[in-house]
Ligand binder design. Structure first.
Ligand code: SF4
Ligand code: SF4
Length: 402
């Protein structure tokens, strides 16, 4: 077999590791909503095996099976044979670019987020249209996009850790970065921010199979960041890809860089302990973003941070994806909505008898996606910052009593 002639060249050892046991099926959101084997991890692996033939020409059905994968990696966590499904689907999506183009809306969106100036202009128009009531609340753009003036400042390195602020979060949800900075300041840490000079990590480009664009962006991030300090990330999707730069770029520089990347919850939970709340704790549901739970395995750090002051309410869906999936809610709207319905059912289930609860999720995509369904979403760091500023006020009041 001449592998040079093949469009899809996957690692046959990884493909053969799958023993078709099907234990991953209940953890796959696309299988759960469709019941279609072709939209399950096992089915996708069988179809990938067909692509090993040099005569293989992908049909629309084959392409659809791969395109509909959210890349949540719930299947990897569930697999007893440790099949590296993430590598298989990532390589497949990369090769799909030879046979089909991404929708024009996605290509334009990805070009905009890679260029801070264009993102600034787009943000200005979106916030203006939202103020006029001409922009509908959507699954991928949050309601209340702030004015571009509210972005965080960019400092030169001071030797402190760097808060990676990324692209859309820097413009659309800067309050999450502000919450991270406030929380860290409580413990005496004043991070620098990466800001627009560093820009986007390229996670969505990598997910969409735009390898060249991704590599260029990743290299820029590495070059523009200081080379010794910890890099703290508060978006699960960005954190996951920054931690994977080493594996994806395969250079020593990228490998060294990835070793210094931490999810903010992870870094705080390992280094600090939050003061315990003595009064009654508010019950809050924790929703794990797939890139925190199935990729970074850092979801427990969110609980470590929230537990001292909140009553954590767990979902009973084993970390099933919410359907946001980066650009997935744009490219696969129907499936994305059906998957979100499963998450809504799980959220409503645990709220029974408890009233409406706030939901904490450490990924802006999941927050926006579930917000559009009417849930009161918060990034965990917003909850931490509010609690710590309450603590600060109490300490000041106590000092004033003397
Ligand atoms: S991917 Fe893993 S869990 Fe799923 S069918 Fe294959 S071996 Fe079983
Ligand atoms: S990555 Fe997620 S959507 Fe894709 S096959 Fe695995 S469980 Fe299903």
């Amino acid at each position: 077999m001449n592998t040079a002639d093949k469009i899809f060249s996957l690692d046959s050892e990884v493909l053969n590791a799958c023993v078709s046991c099907g234990l991953c099926l209940p953890h796959c959101p696309t299988y759960r909503v469709t019941g279609d084997e072709r939209l399950s991890p096992r089915g996708r692996i069988s179809l990938m095996r067909i692509s090993e033939s040099s005569e293989f020409v992908p049909t629309q059905e084959w392409i659809n099976s791969m395109d509909t994968c959210v890349q949540c990696l719930g299947c990897e966590t569930a697999c007893p044979s440790s099949v590296q499904f993430g590598d298989l689907i990532s390589e497949t999506k990369k090769n799909l670019r030879h046979v089909r183009k991404l929708p024009i809306s996605v290509r334009c969106g990805l070009k905009v987020i890679a260029r801070p100036f264009l993102l600034k202009v787009a943000t200005f128009f979106i916030s203006y249209l939202q103020k006029l009531g001409l922009f509908r609340n959507s699954s991928y753009i949050p309601s209340g996009v702030p004015s571009v003036k509210r972005k965080l400042s960019v400092d030169d390195s001071t030797g402190e850790p760097v808060l990676f602020t990324g692209c859309v979060m820097n413009f659309w949800t800067p309050w999450v970065h502000e919450a991270a900075l406030k929380s860290l300041k409580f413990f005496g840490v004043s991070p620098d921010v990466s800001g627009n000079k560093v820009g986007c990590c390229g996670a969505l480009h990598e997910h969409s199979g735009l390898t060249k664009e991704f590599e260029k962006m990743a290299q820029k991030v590495i070059e523009k960041m200081p080379d010794t300090v910890p890099i703290l990330v508060n978006s699960a999707g960005c954190g996951a890809v920054l931690k994977e730069y080493g594996t994806l770029l395969k250079t020593d520089e990228a490998k060294e860089f990835s070793k210094r990347v931490f999810d903010v919850h992870e870094w705080m939970a390992v280094n600090f302990e939050l003061p315990k709340k003595s009064a009654e704790k508010e019950a809050v549901i924790v929703q794990d973003p797939c890139h925190l739970r199935h990729v970074q395995n850092s979801h427990h750090h969110v609980r470590d941070l929230l537990d001292p002051f909140l009553e954590i309410v767990e979902l009973s869906d084993d970390g099933l994806c919410c359907g946001a999936g980066g650009v997935y809610s744009l490219t696969q709207r129907e499936l994305s909505t059906e998957i979100r319905q499963l998450k809504s059912t799980a959220l409503n289930e645990v709220m029974k008898g408890k009233g409406t609860l706030r939901v904490a999720s450490a990924n802006p995509g999941c927050v926006t996606h579930l917000q559009a369904e009417g849930f009161e979403m918060k990034h965990p760091l917003e909850l931490v910052a509010d609690y710590l500023s309450e603590m600060d006020h109490q300490s000041v009041e106590k000092l004033n009593e003397f």
